[in-house]
Design a protein around this ligand. Structure first.
Ligand SMILES: [Zn+2]
Length: 400
């Protein structure tokens, strides 16, 4: 296997942007080509059972005659927010905390991007200002492949079998759509898809979406008195009855929210879409009740059979914490690995979803580990090569 820096540069040179507008799976052929490339790399390391399945997911397993198998998962696609395929990344060794000029138009200033202060004295890699870097999640792939190579030549050191999966379309919310727990054939797994390696995650939001359709009563405005009921105005009345502070822009950490994502309407009909998020599942239920109660209040107030409020609520994903609170096996593995590596770990709640949560509820417990990627999804993305290398060492402890 090439050294981790050369390998990482090779992986990010490959454009694997996923495509939200695509109807196929995976959403782009580039991801399938990249999957083939990864299978080739695995075969060249003599992992003969590595393969790409019918959905473009790559699986591989290294059997070491152990009872328990630990799986590692990373995603192959990059965010649709900016083009990938960066050919000329820039490495800064022993970063000194100064402003980094990406190109004529863009620079990275620690005042604007405070994460840079945490990377002082580390070796980092950044973009040309025109592409995203793709460390999300090719840093994860490079770490896994580098660890795999070491594992293969030092099998006697390890107490767990190693399984690997690379998934497409994570950035468009479909990374776990065709993930197959049977093919992965592991007892626990970890996604390597995150920021600082000094943070891991086993908490994410519980999520639901809500759509509200309001039907009003339309009539010529000249003869509307006591007859017209303007659905658009009812929509704005609905919004005004929502708790004012329960919004993304006023919440942080474990505070949940009701977020209005879309509002359109006229006299006849109005549409409102919301997303509901909370780390606490009972508080998520309360948020659903808030919406239902406002509907009831307005129904009573207008008390007109022609005026209709149609509220539909759908659950989206669940907080994996509710699983881990009863089974800390995977978290204990992380704690042991960091302790033995002499590296401090803290756990932060994700204010969003993660494929690991979906996979956890498929029956394979799957917390998330960091890869040293910062400010992803754009030109200001930076990866710490120092942290990537350290993560490989932590994985060695994880499998011991
Ligand atoms: Zn990612």
């Amino acid at each position: 296997m090439k050294d981790i820096v050369t390998l990482f540069k090779e992986l990010i040179a490959f454009d694997t942007m996923s495509d939200e507008s695509s109807l196929s799976y995976p959403s782009s052929d580039k991801e399938l080509e990249f999957a083939d490339k990864l299978v080739d790399i695995l075969h060249s390391e003599n992992v003969a059972n590595a393969y790409k399945d019918e959905y473009g997911l790559v699986y591989a397993k290294v059997d070491n005659n152990k009872e328990i198998t630990i799986g590692l998962i990373a995603h192959m696609d990059t965010s649709p927010e900016l083009k990938g395929g960066l050919k000329n990344p820039v490495i800064v060794n022993n970063y000194d905390g100064s402003i980094i000029k990406l190109n004529e138009n863009y620079s990275l200033d620690p005042k604007e991007f405070p994460f840079l202060n945490e990377l002082i004295r580390e070796d980092i890699i950044h973009t040309d200002g025109e592409h995203l870097l793709g460390g999300d999640d090719k840093a994860g792939i490079a770490i896994i492949l580098t660890f795999l190579s070491y594992y293969l030549s030092h099998k006697g050191e390890f107490n767990y079998n190693l399984a690997i999966c690379f998934t497409p379309d994570e950035e468009i919310g479909k990374g776990a759509l065709h993930f197959d727990v049977k093919k992965m054939n592991s007892d626990v797994a970890f996604t390597l898809d995150g920021g600082s390696i000094y943070e891991a995650n086993y908490e994410n939001f519980n999520a639901a979406s809500a759509s509200l359709t309001i039907k009003g009563v339309g009539i010529h405005p000249g003869s509307a008195k006591n007859i017209m009921v303007n659905a658009a105005l009812l929509g704005s009345e609905f919004i005004n009855l929502l708790p004012k502070d329960m919004v993304p822009e006023k919440t942080e950490e474990r505070e949940g929210f009701i977020h209005l994502t879309e509002f359109s309407g006229n006299v006849e009909e109005a549409h409102l879409n919301f997303i509901l998020r909370d780390h606490d599942s009972s508080l998520l239920e309360e948020k659903k009740i808030i919406l239902k109660n406002i509907v009831n209040t307005l129904k009573e107030k207008y008390n007109n059979p022609k005026v209709k409020f149609i509220l539909e609520i759908h659950d989206e994903y669940r907080n994996m914490f509710d699983y881990f609170i009863n089974d800390m096996k995977a978290i204990n593995l992380i704690n042991k690995a960091y302790l033995n590596s002499n590296v401090k770990i803290s756990y932060t709640p994700i204010r969003g979803g993660t494929d690991g949560a979906t996979i956890t509820y498929m029956g394979l417990p799957c917390p998330n580990l960091g890869v040293g990627d910062f400010s992803p999804h754009g030109r200001y993305e930076v990866v710490s090569l120092t942290q990537m290398k350290k993560m490989v060492e932590i994985l060695k402890e994880l499998y011991k």
